[in-house]
Design a binder for this molecule. Structure first.
Ligand code: HEM
Length: 236
């Protein structure tokens, strides 16, 4: 059994605070919007929890920003657009794996390392989520939280209804995203392999084949330690 270091502590903290807060925000958001149909909380309680957790997410987002930009590791999120054909081929191979290969026991074509953690589909979707959709959700949330305070921005964006529409649309998007993301997170060599790695930092690879997110066979197995991986990230 080999272990590979993938997730540094700030990212693990960011991720699980983010995940838990998102789930509760989705539920309280549902209560706020669909109060006639569902009764998890009272309207006032839902608004209170939703506002506090929204602010928690704003601060939490900065953990992600500070970690990735100060270490330069943000490059793992950037698709290699200077090699578009190769990237498109790899993305297609990955899509085929998720759509078909996984059901017939093929090996995951992507093998994560600390420096190349994401497959092309993860790279594009995570980049979009982290630099566009989460910030947009947080900003529209802040504007809805106190429209009077942010009146000039609200007007600039086209009014409260437009902002509400964007916020609700993203609420639907994130509700769907969590379901797909959770399903994909269970596709490691065991259903809990990727999820456990997001807690411990280390993904355990089985030395046979089929280690979903493991180190590539071509590169051999290598045990990264947290400090080793971080040293490497600084030296790049
Ligand atoms: C049920 C809740 C969740 C579970 C079980 C979960 C699980 C995981 C796992 C196992 C990973 C490791 C890498 C991978 O395989 O993709 C991961 C990464 C990631 N997740 Fe989640 N996740 C959850 C919620 C969320 C939410 C709500 C968001 C954002 C809205 C999110 C955004 C991300 C991002 C951006 C990464 C990459 C982080 C990095 O390594 O830089 N996750 N997630």
């Amino acid at each position: 059994m080999t272990r590979i270091f993938l997730h540094p502590l700030p990212i693990r903290i960011w991720h699980w605070v983010n995940a838990l807060a998102f789930i509760i925000l989705i539920l309280t958001g549902a209560q706020i919007k669909l109060g006639n149909a569902i009764h998890f909380f009272s309207f006032q309680t839902a608004v209170k929890i939703h506002s506090w957790l929204g602010w928690l997410l704003v601060f939490n987002y900065f953990i992600w920003v500070i970690y990735y930009f100060s270490t330069g590791n943000i490059k793992i999120y950037i698709p290699p657009l200077h090699r578009p054909v190769e990237f498109a081929k790899k993305a297609l191979r990955q899509a085929k794996f998720y759509g078909w290969g996984i059901m017939v026991g093929d090996e995951n074509p992507h093998h994560s390392t600390f420096e190349n953690k994401f497959n092309p589909m993860q790279q594009v979707s995570y980049l979009m989520i982290m630099v566009a959709l989460i910030p947009l959700q947080l900003i529209t949330g802040m504007l809805l939280w106190d429209p009077k305070l942010f009146e000039p921005v609200v007007n600039l964006a086209g009014g409260l209804q437009i902002i509400d529409l964007i916020h609700v649309f993203l609420w639907i998007f994130f509700s769907a995203f969590i379901i797909v993301h959770f399903y994909l997170a269970t596709l490691g060599h065991t259903p809990m392999a990727h999820i456990t790695a997001m807690f411990t930092g280390y993904e355990e690879l089985h030395d046979d084949h089929g280690h979903g997110h493991g180190e590539s066979h071509e590169h051999g197995h290598e045990e990264h330690s947290e400090s080793h991986a971080q040293d490497k990230s600084h030296s790049h």
